[in-house]
Design a protein around this ligand. Structure first.
Ligand SMILES: Cc1ncc(COP(=O)(O)O)c(C=O)c1O
Length: 452
C-alpha cells in the first residue's frame, strides 16, 4: 500500500506543471458521489480508496502548481511530505519532552533557528510550531494579554490597521475581547501603519483610563504585501510599554533575504513574530510558526498543571510544548520542517525567496507597462494588486474570470478601501519566470479584451 501511494504521488507531482490551475467545474458532482457512511465490514479495496482520494484532489484549485497565485500559496514541498509520512508512521508523541527527547530536539532545532532569525536571545526565547498562522497569532495574543494585563484585562486596548489579517482580531475575540478593545491605526499611501497616529491614539486611550497593551504590525499584509515600519512602531511601543507582535505569517521568512532584512528593520525588537513554514518555506498546509523573545511569558500564558502528567517533568533541557501552547496531543511537526532544511540547506530557501521577490518585480513591470491596467502599489514583497483602469467592480470581476478561465494561472481578488482589486501573489517554489511571463500575457490579453 505504501509503494502504491508513493507511486501515485510521484505521478501527481510530475503532472503539476501541466495540470489546470483550477478544476472545480464538476467538483460538487464528485463530492456527491463520495458522500458515504463507513461500512460495518471493510472491503479491503485499497486501490479503490486511493482512486477516490485522488479524484477528490483532482477536482480542486491546483494549490501546489506553478500557476497558483491566489490568496497566499502554500507550495507543498515533496521532501516535507515524505518526512510527514515518516513522522505519522512512527507516531511519536512530542507534546512533552520526556517520552521522546530526541524527537523534541529535532523540532527544537527548527524553533531555535526561527528565533535566531530575529536575533532573539538564545537562552530566553522559545519558538513553537503550530498548525498555521492563525493559531500562532492566537498564542501570541494570549501571551501579550497575560504579560501586559494580568487576569483583569477588559480595559486593555490593542492596535492594528484595516490591513491586518483577520486572524488577529479573531484571536482577540477568542481571548475574551470585543471590538471596543480594538483601535484601527490609519495607514499611509502605501497601506503601512502610521507610527505617529499610533502614538497619539495610545496616549488618548491612556488619558481616558484605558490600558494600551499590544500593537500588531505586519511584515507582509495579505492584501498587498505591505510592510509596516517596524522600527518606528517599536520606538512608540517601547516608550508606551506595548507588546509588539509582528504578523509575519506570510512574509516572515523573507527575513532570510537581504531585501527582507532591510525592509523588516526593527523586527529584532519585537516581542513575538508569527512566521509560517507552510507559506515562506513552501511546506504543505498545516505548519505555522511562532517565535517569542521571552519564552517564560509564552509559558506563563499557557501553563496548566495536571496531576495525571506528574510523571513527566515540567523542566529540563527541552520544553514541554503543551506548556507553551493550547495543545496537548499533537502531531510531531519537527520532521517536516527539519528534513527540507537539512536536505536542501538554508541557502536554497533564501535563493527561492529572492527569486520570488525578483519575479514579483518582473510581473509588476509587465503589468505597469499596460495602459489598460491600474497598478495600485509598488510591490513591498510578492503581491501585485491591479485592476482595469477606469472600470467598475463588475468589469473587474469579469477580468478576473477571464484570467482564471485560462486555467494556466489562478488569481484571487480583495477589497482595499472599499474598492475591488485583483491580486497575484507569488510564493510557490514551483513558480518561475516562464509562468510569471505567461501570467502577464494572460492578464494583458484579458485586459485588452475587457477594455475593448
Ligand atoms: C498576514 C497573515 N496572517 C495570518 C494568516 C493566517 O495564517 P493561516 O492561514 O496559516 O492560519 C495569513 C494567511 O494567509 C496571513 O496572510
Amino acid at each position: 500500500m505504501g509503494r502504491t501511494v508513493l507511486e501515485a504521488l510521484i505521478g501527481w507531482i510530475g503532472g503539476l506543471e501541466d495540470a489546470p490551475a483550477e478544476n472545480t467545474a464538476e467538483a460538487l458532482q464528485v463530492a456527491a458521489k463520495l458522500e458515504a457512511e463507513p461500512p460495518e465490514s471493510g472491503d479491503g479495496d485499497f486501490d479503490g480508496l486511493l482512486e477516490d482520494a485522488i479524484a477528490a484532489a483532482r477536482h480542486t484549485y491546483e494549490f501546489s502548481g506553478p500557476g497558483y497565485l491566489a490568496y497566499i500559496p502554500g507550495g507543498g514541498l515533496f521532501t516535507a511530505a515524505l518526512a510527514e509520512f515518516l513522522a505519522q508512521g512512527l507516531n511519536r508523541f512530542d507534546g512533552l519532552w520526556q517520552p521522546s527527547p530526541a524527537v523534541v530536539q529535532i523540532e527544537e532545532n527548527v524553533t531555535r533557528w526561527m528565533c535566531s532569525l530575529f536575533d532573539f536571545p538564545a537562552e530566553a526565547s522559545q519558538g513553537l510550531l503550530t498548525t498555521g498562522g492563525s493559531l500562532a497569532n492566537l498564542s501570541a495574543f494570549v501571551t501579550a494579554r497575560y504579560a501586559k494585563l494580568g487576569e483583569d484585562f477588559l480595559d486593555g486596548i490593542y492596535y492594528c490597521t484595516d490591513q491586518t489579517h483577520a486572524s488577529n482580531t479573531k484571536a482577540a475575540t477568542i481571548a475574551g475581547f470585543s471590538r471596543r478593545n480594538l483601535r484601527l491605526v490609519p495607514t499611509d499611501r502605501e497601506l503601512r501603519m502610521e507610527p505617529d497616529a499610533l502614538r497619539s491614539m495610545v496616549r488618548e486611550d491612556r488619558v481616558a483610563g484605558r490600558r494600551p497593551f499590544l500593537v500588531i504590525p505586519a511584515v507582509g499584509t495579505t492584501n498587498t504585501g505591505a510592510v509596516d515600519p517596524v522600527a518606528d512602531i517599536a520606538d512608540v511601543a517601547e516608550t508606551e510599554g506595548l507588546w509588539i507582535h509582528v504578523d509575519g505569517a506570510y512574509g516572515g521568512f523573507f527575513q532570510l533575504t537581504d531585501r527582507g532584512r532591510e525592509r523588516f528593520r526593527g523586527i529584532e525588537r519585537a516581542d513575538s513574530v508569527t512566521l509560517d513554514p507552510h507559506k515562506g518555506l513552501f511546506l504543505p498546509y498545516g505548519t505555522g510558526g511562532l517565535a517569542v523573545r521571552d519564552g517564560a511569558a509564552l509559558r506563563d500564558a499557557h501553563y496548566e498543571g495536571a496531576a495525571y502528567l506528574q510523571d513527566l517533568p515540567s523542566t529540563g533541557a527541552l520544553p514541554n510544548y503543551n506548556e507553551y501552547s493550547p495543545e496537548l496531543s499533537r502531531d510531531n511537526r519537527g520532521f517536516r520542517v527539519w528534513f527540507p532544511l537539512v536536505l536542501h540547506g538554508v541557502a536554497a530557501f533564501r535563493e527561492a525567496l529572492d527569486e520570488k521577490l525578483d519575479l514579483t518585480e518582473r510581473l509588476h513591470r509587465a503589468l505597469a507597462a499596460d495602459p489598460n491596467l491600474d497598478i495600485g502599489w509598488d510591490p513591498q514583497l510578492t503581491v501585485v494588486p491591479f485592476r482595469l483602469r477606469g472600470a467598475d467592480e463588475t468589469a473587474n470581476r469579469a477580468l478576473l474570470a477571464r484570467i482564471n478561465a485560462s486555467k494556466r494561472v489562478f488569481l484571487s481578488s480583495t477589497m482595499i478601501r472599499d474598492e475591488y482589486w485583483v491580486r497575484a501573489c507569488i510564493v510557490s517554489h514551483r513558480t518561475h519566470a516562464d509562468r510569471v511571463d505567461e501570467c502577464a500575457a494572460i492578464v494583458r490579453e484579458a485586459a485588452a479584451g475587457s477594455a475593448g
